[in-house]
Design a binder for this molecule. Sequence first.
Ligand code: ADP
Ligand code: MG
Length: 632
Amino acid sequence: MDYQAILKQYWGYDSFRGIQENIIRSIGEGRDTLGLMPTGGGKSVTFQVPALAQEGMCLVITPLIALMKDQVQNLKRRGIKALAVYSGMSRQDIITTLENAIFGNYKFLYISPERLDTEIFRIKLAKMKISLITVDESHCISQWGYDFRPAYLKIAEVRHLLPDVPILALTATATPEVVKDIQQRLEFRKENVFRMSFERTNLAYVVRQTENKASELLHILQRMEGSAILYVRNRRRTKEVTEWLQQQGITADFYHAGLDDAVKDIRQQRWQKGESRVMVATNAFGMGIDKPDVRLVIHLDLPDSIEAYFQEAGRAGRDGQKAYAIILYAQSDSTTLRKRIPDNFPEKDYIRDVYEHLQYYYEMAMGDGLGCVREFDIEDFCRKFKYFPVPVDSALKILTQAGYLEYTDEQDNASRLLFSVGREELYRLRELGEDMDRLIQAALRSYTGLFTDYAFISEETLAIRTGLTQRQVYEMLKELSRRRIVSYIPRKKTPYIIYTRERVESNRLNIPPAVYEERKARYEQRIKAMLEYVTNDTACRSRMLLHYFGEQNEHDCSQCDTCLRLRHKITTDKQADSLSGRVLHCLSGHSLTPAALADQLLVEKDLLAETLRQMMDDKQIFTHNGMLQIRK
Ligand code: ADP
Ligand code: MG
């Protein structure tokens, strides 16, 4: 099969990059395949090319709706037929889309994992000719990973419905144990992994310890040029920091999951075009954003895993030009980070209380509840029962994992529209402008009953029918709303609670180790690894990160803060002390060769040699048959 010709024909590229072709051949031969490639490495092509080379349609499972729409647009632009099904679409739209997928000669059907176990999907799936299943962001299937999404577990069931179809799993982040787990969960017939190095040679990782982050931040932004992403932990901080930056004369915007889609869109575009320099954001920002010339990714707060950090840092320098990923770290940050353990895993009794109070909140009787769907206003709940939102949110997530309920904070509601003026009056209104008229006409044609009651509408549909952009539609509806011609409720993300079991006595709640103790232990591990990364100032940062993902590499990056410091021989006494401490720790209980020790410590060789020499002089350690040992 001439894959290269397909690449050339649809994408215009002359050759494959790195391991792309190996992955494509493997999947082309019908083998289950896991591909590990860094962000921007070119994962999409690895399923798109083989799908085009075969009969039938490729089913693509991917978690983010925005990403999905993006990819479908992209394919359409290349003249490739693609569809998407996601939550937030009306039932009728879903049915139409799935019908199209059966009869319309489409090559790609994108679907969010939550839709996989709906009856309608399964019925229609049986009639589709699927050539390949692709699982993007496949680390989401692993409970060992940092971004587990229970809906991903449904993929294995889909596999059972399509026993002969090979599966391609892709990810840009997976520790060795997650690599194994992905293959098991997806029921690979045989282990089969292709790995491209995660090393980013143009990216300098820096940890800057400071007790005055504001001035350090300003210093960095003034000294260096180019677009930046500034990650902070919570939504409130995004706004505060943005305002502060603006006062300092730096253009900035903020972004978090709680903003309206249209607002997000406007800000993202402004940043993308370079009209504002800094995007101050929570971790909700970044996935699927393909801005090549980000020069700086700065973390003001620590992420809670190396995986998350690596993803976020990796958004700098996708154009291959020099870029920086900088963490500003204050001593107190380690306490703050450790505090997230009880925040994420409140005591079991606390979880039971939350469960119980939830029944009072909904006035639910014992044995009631199965299948019940309720909107959930966490602030209202916390006010009534005197809770803090963060641990309540965690408790509900744990109850979700334990199978008692389903708690979604990302349910997309459709927008709603109602005309506040009558039909007659509407026709008498003048000077609304041609676009506005067109929009009103399109709305009246597309939806019935708009004069009597709120109807669900889709800005997307209206945009298509009027030739306006979605943003224009949104702005115009807002304007009409201000002029009291319509009442418009833009879609928002309303959290829901769905009871997946009947209400039980709270003291009979069963929260098994797999959803509590084991997950907590892994979470603690990740926090620990993150803290080790920021507090270790003797090892090459790039090597530390690669090592975490199971990648052995022998060379230092020579551009991170440790490498630079060591090159300039400005090792402090404190560093030497901390290194000798770590040497003693490694040697306690067993002896090691210097090479094995160097491997464990991931430390720059000259520095280690110097430290070992010093420790031997000080009679702390000695060698015996080439093995280093502690002198008792
Ligand atoms: P990932 O999903 O791994 O983050 P993408 O699939 O979005 O990466 O690809 C990143 C960019 O690289 C895209 O613009 C894509 O068109 C480009 N690209 C992919 N493969 C090649 C190739 N073989 N040659 C040149 N550019 C490529
Ligand atoms: Mg991708």
